[in-house]
Every structure is written in structure tokens, then in C-alpha cells.
Design a binder for this molecule. Structure first.
Ligand SMILES: Nc1nc2c(ncn2[C@@H]2O[C@H](COP(=O)(O)OP(=O)(O)OP(=O)(O)O)[C@@H](O)[C@H]2O)c(=O)[nH]1
Ligand SMILES: [Mg+2]
Length: 633
């Protein structure tokens, strides 16, 4: 049974061309991931392949050919686990090394190793290859990983490898979740009758049917019409799950691998970023300032110039702070890992961690810039506190809660909160609760979306009462936050307030021709005898269901006034009644219901609700059996 609470792990394949990655995936799962015609003809993987091992493990098969390292990087970005395959006859080869480097640079936490094709070599040869592999992985995340001898052709060792993968998957730790939805897209396809589907592994947050998401870098809002995890339809999917998303109205041509889906308004494309770069000892020459290189990040690859901020140039084996100037905009987040490859010839040179995705243009050798980058790299404790807040979109947190989740003493936490507040990075609410300023930006978008949706569904209504907006918010949010964000939006003029009603700027009610005709008919009925209005139900019975919406519109716009259930009166009728009552009560000072009824020449059925309405709006006031004008009191 698939649910967001089942443990799911994504495993990426790695290894030199023809070493049997695809054959092993097939032996493990029964699924042939080489589905393209070209792949079948050439006996070589050229694109990513996807298979599932039970409900728990999704496997991403990657190409081993050196020309497709770009695709390999897109495939293994964000996986929990890697399986490095080495063919027993070939042994360690160039892409065995390069793929291992890439897994390290991307900080893949765990992995297993398989020596494949043991059916075609002597046992002693297998042992030699195993010891080469041990040498290769020394000092890497695979150092402690057991090496499994298998043959994808005879099936030898495959059951044991499968058990080991499931065991290893059980040990994968849950990822830290930033809480905001983001998914780098690694696959796009169309399904007849449904339209475009995009797939990937959710990097953070969660997604729900009917959510609105933003496609980046183009920045288009789209509605989630369908969701699948491991080929099963679901209502919701969360971080770490391979997820296929059907997006309403998205044309196949506008989306491609490397694009990102995110919570609206949170991620922005950028053409610059600051990073910490590890330059591999195996790089052929020092990295020169302003070299054109390729940066692989998420599922995309983009050409950039590298500005080396803290050294003249980077020697192989050194680390440094750099700023990338991209030739096309990319979408990334702080803490993301990336791989650096040479422009030509294609070779993996290094990689590292994204530190800032919205930097200004830096000059080189600036102490303040380098200090700040150092702080971010070290994990500035105030930034750490801020991160706890950024994970909580729904409500402000108390300082005590933040201290607990950040794992620091409450005094230290308060100190950081104060410094963050000074820099406007957090908002302080009553009751010692705090909220990340960046999250208010996300909420602004959510609030606007909710209101826009309301306008779409209710084109005849001029706005939505605040309480109703609160109950429409999904995910649900704290009332204080909504009030805070609404204030902000009203100040900016993005939302307009009419009394208790809220509307998007520029929203105007527009009636269709039919509705206009109905409106005229309805008003005629109310104006024919302003003091003897018809019942709402009678009008609906005569003019049809569509009349109800028009009546609701006329009530909201103030033309008709609600007296009680089923009884409305035209504003002219009310004005007329007020005028007559004013004259009567000025002369007589007071009047009983029956006296006022006679003076107005209205029926009892109508006059009682009318007089009660006039009490409510403080035109009259009731004293036992009589009423007086409020202004005379
Ligand atoms: N004898 C033998 N042949 C194998 C074994 N595993 C794979 N092969 C063969 O090796 C060749 C390459 O296997 P693939 O699974 O396509 O290799 P790959 O690593 O996926 O190759 P790329 O995707 O192109 O990098 C195929 O002809 C397989 O039949 C094995 O265990 N024993
Ligand atoms: Mg293959």
C-alpha cells in the first residue's frame, strides 16, 4: 500500500558503460529500463530509466557512456543510495572513477557495490578486481560498503544483492525538510487523455491534488490535476518520493528535464550564485578566473563563467569560494550540491555546495564577502535558527520550540532571534512567537491564489469575508499570520477591502447578457411595490435557479437589503419607509408596531422584519411595545 508514510528510498545506479547496470536492474526488478528504440539497437543506455523494487525502493538507471555523464548527474542528484557496478572482466574503468567522484561531490550518503559478470571470469580474477575496488573507494562514503559478486545473466548473487539493497534502504535516514515544495524535473511525458506529466524526486516539502505550483524558470502557475507515486494514484506526495504530476493545461513543448516545480513565489530563477567549490586533485590544470565551465545542478546543466573570489586561481586538490555567472537562468537553493565539468573536453573537475542564490556581483578578495560565505559554509547558528522557522509555514513558533528543534539553549536562541529581527529576517508575534519573513512572502502568494480561486468560482460576488478566506486556505494557516499578510497586501494595494469583504485588485463583477436580463426582471419585481416585496423563493420558482445567484449579487452590491430568511427589500423601499417613519415619529415621538404598520400601509408579515432591521441599523430603538427614533433619544 502506497502512502506518504511508507518509507521510500531512491537508489541511483552508477558505473562504466556496458558493465551491466541495466542488466542488474532487470535481474532485480524484472523491468527493462532500456525502453527507447535507440537504446535497444545500440545495446546502450542513453536516457534515464526507472524501476521499482517492491514499494520501498525506486531505482534510477543511468547511462555509463562518457557522452552521457550529464544525464547520469541528473539521475543521481538527490538519490538516497547508490549502487556502483563494476564488470569483473573489465575492472575499474574511467567512468567507474568519474561516477564515483560525482556521487561524492553530490554528497550521496550511502551505497553498495556490485561486481558483475562473475560468470565469465575466474574466481581469482574477481578477487583482484575486488581489491582494486577497495583501493578505489578508500576514504569515500563507499569505504565500508560490502561488495557483492553477481551475474545478471545467470542470476547468481542477485537475491542476496536485493536483500542487501532493502536492508540498506531501511537504514537511510529521513532527509531534513525545508518544508517548501520543490521538485527538479527529470522526466516529461504525455498520457493520452490526460496531457502532460512531469516526474522527479521531491527535494523538499509536499504536494497535494489541486495545489497550485510554479514551473520554473518560466514562472508559470499550474494546477495539480493528478498525482502518482510508484505508479499508484495518490492524494499527496512528500519529500523523497519519486512522483509523477499531471499538470492542467501544460503543453508538452514548454517543459523539459532540468526545469523545477516549486511552491508559487518561493523559488526564483537566478543568473548568479555564490558557492564553495572543491576542485578535484585529478583535474588536469589549475582553474583560471573567468573560465567558461559547465555547472550541473538539480537535473539541469548550464554554462557559466567562474569568478574565483579568494585566490588567483584554483590548483587541483584545492577548495575556494566562487561566484558563477550563468549564461541562462537556473533555479537552485542554498545547500544544494552541484558538479563542475569542463566546457570542452568534457571532464568532471569538481563540485560543491551552493551558499547564496541571490548574491550581488562581488569583487574579488573582499574580506566582508569572504567572511560571510565562510559563515554560511560553517552553518551560522543564527541561520540555523532561521531554518527552523522557514520549515514552519503554518504558524509562528515559540522561542522555546525553536530552541528545542534547533538543539540549542533557549537563551542562545533568543539572542539569535533578536539579531535576526534586527535584520528583518524574522517577524515577532505576541506570546513570544516568531515567524520567518521569507515565509510571509510564500503566504502572500497563497492568499492571493485562494482569493483568485474564489473570484473564479464566484464571478458575481464582489469579495470574500476574511473568516471565509481563512477557512479556504490550504494548507491551513494561523489566523494571526493571515491578518499580518492581509495587512501587507492591502497596504500594497494587491487586495482591496470593502467593509469586511476582500477582493483582488482590479476584480470587477461582470454579468452575462442572461444575467443582466434576469437582474432587470428581478429589480422590476422589487420596484413594482417597494413596500410589499416578493419572497425570494417565489422569484426563484418563477425565474429559475440562475436567479438566485443574481439575487445574491444584488444583495452583496447593496441594491437589495436582507431583512430575514426569504425576505429582501429594495434599497428604495427601505429609504421610502425611513422617510415615512421619520415624519411619523417626529410628530408622535413613538409608535407601536401596529401604528407604524398602518402608517406604512404594509402587511404584518413584512413590517416586523423591516422594523427589526431598522432597530439593528440603529435607525429606531425599541422600548417594550413602542419604537422611537434613535436620534431623538
Ligand atoms: N556474461 C554476462 N554478460 C552480462 C552480464 N550483465 C550484463 N551483461 C551483458 O553486458 C552487456 C551490457 O549490459 P548493460 O546492462 O546494457 O550494461 P550497462 O551498464 O547498462 O551499459 P550502459 O547503460 O550503456 O552504460 C549486455 O550485452 C549484457 O547482456 C553478466 O552478468 N554476465
Ligand atoms: Mg544501461
Amino acid at each position: 500500500m502506497i502512502s506518504p508514510h511508507t518509507r521510500h528510498v531512491v537508489m541511483g545506479m552508477a558505473g562504466h558503460i556496458d558493465h551491466g547496470k541495466t542488466a542488474i536492474v532487470k535481474a532485480l526488478t524484472g523491468i527493462d529500463t532500456d525502453r527507447l528504440k535507440e537504446e535497444k539497437e545500440r545495446g546502450m543506455t542513453t536516457d534515464l530509466g526507472f524501476a521499482f523494487l517492491g514499494d520501498e525502493v525506486a531505482i534510477i538507471d543511468v547511462p555509463g557512456h562518457e557522452r552521457f555523464v550529464k544525464t547520469m548527474v541528473a539521475g543521481v542528484t538527490g538519490v538516497d543510495l547508490a549502487l556502483l557496478v563494476v564488470a569483473a572482466d573489465d575492472g575499474v574503468m574511467p567512468q567507474t572513477r568519474e561516477h564515483l567522484e560525482i556521487l561524492r561531490l553530490l554528497n550521496i550518503p550511502r551505497g553498495l557495490i556490485a561486481v558483475n559478470k562473475i560468470d565469465i571470469v575466474e574466481a581469482a580474477w574477481v578477487d583482484m578486481v575486488r581489491s582494486d575496488i577497495q583501493q578505489l573507494v578508500k576514504g569515500t562514503f563507499l569505504e565500508e560498503s560490502p561488495i557483492y559478486n553477481v551475474s545478471a545473466v545467470t542470476g547468481e548473487g542477485i537475491d542476496e544483492l536485493r536483500r542487501a539493497i532493502i536492508r540498506e534502504a531501511g537504514m537511510v535516514r529521513r532527509r531534513a525538510d525545508k518544508g517548501v515544495f520543490r521538485m527538479p524535473i527529470d522526466r516529461v511525458f504525455t498520457i493520452k487523455g490526460f496531457g502532460t506529466v512531469v516526474a522527479g524526486t521531491i527535494a523538499s516539502g509536499s504536494i497535494h491534488l489541486e495545489d497550485t505550483v510554479e514551473l520554473l524558470p518560466i514562472g508559470r502557475s499550474l494546477r495539480v490535476r493528478g498525482l502518482q507515486v510508484h505508479d499508484h494514484p495518490v492524494q499527496e506526495s512528500v519529500i523523497g518520493l519519486r512522483t509523477a504530476i499531471n499538470l492542467q493545461g501544460l503543453e508538452r513543448e514548454v517543459v523539459e528535464r532540468g526545469n523545477v516545480l516549486g511552491s508559487p513565489g518561493y523559488f526564483r530563477s537566478t543568473s548568479m550564485m555564490d558557492a564553495h567549490l572543491v576542485y578535484l586533485p585529478t583535474a588536469p590544470a589549475p582553474l583560471q578566473h573567468r573560465t567558461r565551465i559547465r555547472v550541473h545542478i538539480g537535473t539541469t546543466e548550464v554554462v557559466a563563467r567562474v569568478v574565483i573570489l579568494d585566490q588567483e586561481h584554483l590548483k587541483p586538490g584545492r577548495e575556494g569560494f566562487v561566484q558563477f555567472h550563468f549564461e541562462q537562468p537556473i533555479v537552485a537553493d542554498e545547500g544544494d550540491r552541484f558538479v563542475l565539468r569542463s566546457y570542452s573536453p568534457l571532464q568532471t573537475l569538481g563540485g560543491g555546495t551552493v551558499l547564496d542564490v541571490r548574491p550581488g556581483k562581488h569583487r574579488r578578495f573582499q574580506h566582508d564577502v569572504l567572511d560571510r560565505l565562510q559563515q554560511i559554509l560553517k552553518g551560522d547558528p543564527a541561520e540555523h535558527v532561521l531554518q527552523q522557522l522557514q520549515r514552519n509555514l503554518a504558524a509562528p513558533l515559540t522561542a522555546g520550540d525553536i530552541a528545542r528543534t534547533a538543539g540549542i539553549p533557549p537563551e542562545t536562541c533568543r539572542h539569535h532571534l533578536a539579531s535576526l529581527e534586527e535584520r528583518s529576517r524574522v517577524v515577532h508575534f505576541e506570546g513570544d512567537t516568531w515567524y520567518a519573513t521569507s515565509n510571509t512572502l510564500i503566504l502572500r502568494v497563497h492568499v492571493l491564489e485562494a482569493l483568485k480561486r474564489f473570484h473564479q468560482e464566484n464571478p458575481l460576488r464582489s469579495g470574500l469575508p476574511g473568516v471565509e478566506l481563512h477557512s479556504r486556505m490550504r494548507p491551513a494557516i494561523d489566523k494571526r499570520l493571515l491578518a499580518f499578510v492581509l495587512d501587507d497586501l492591502c497596504r500594497d494595494g494587491r487586495i482591496v477591502k470593502h467593509g469586511d469583504h476582500l477582493a483582488c485588485e482590479g476584480h470587477a463583477v461582470s454579468l452575462s447578457a442572461d444575467q443582466k436580463r434576469l437582474k432587470d426582471l428581478i429589480l422590476q419585481k422589487y420596484l413594482a411595490a417597494p413596500l410589499a416585496p416578493p419572497g425570494v423563493k417565489d422569484i426563484a420558482a418563477e425565474l429559475g435557479k440562475a436567479a438566485e445567484k443574481v439575487i445574491a449579487y444584488l444583495t452583496e452590491s447593496g441594491e437589495l437589503i436582507h431583512l430575514e430568511e426569504d425576505l429582501l427589500m429594495h434599497k428604495n423601499g427601505i429609504a421610502e419607509a425611513r422617510k415615512r417613519l421619520s415624519v411619523y415619529l417626529h410628530t408622535h415621538r413613538k409608535g407601536t408596531t401596529s401604528e407604524l404598520r398602518q402608517h406604512l400601509a404594509m402587511t404584518r408579515k413584512h413590517v416586523v422584519p423591516l422594523l427589526e432591521y431598522l432597530d439593528r441599523i440603529a435607525f429606531t430603538e425599541r422600548h417594550e411595545e413602542v419604537r422611537m427614533l434613535k436620534e431623538d433619544l
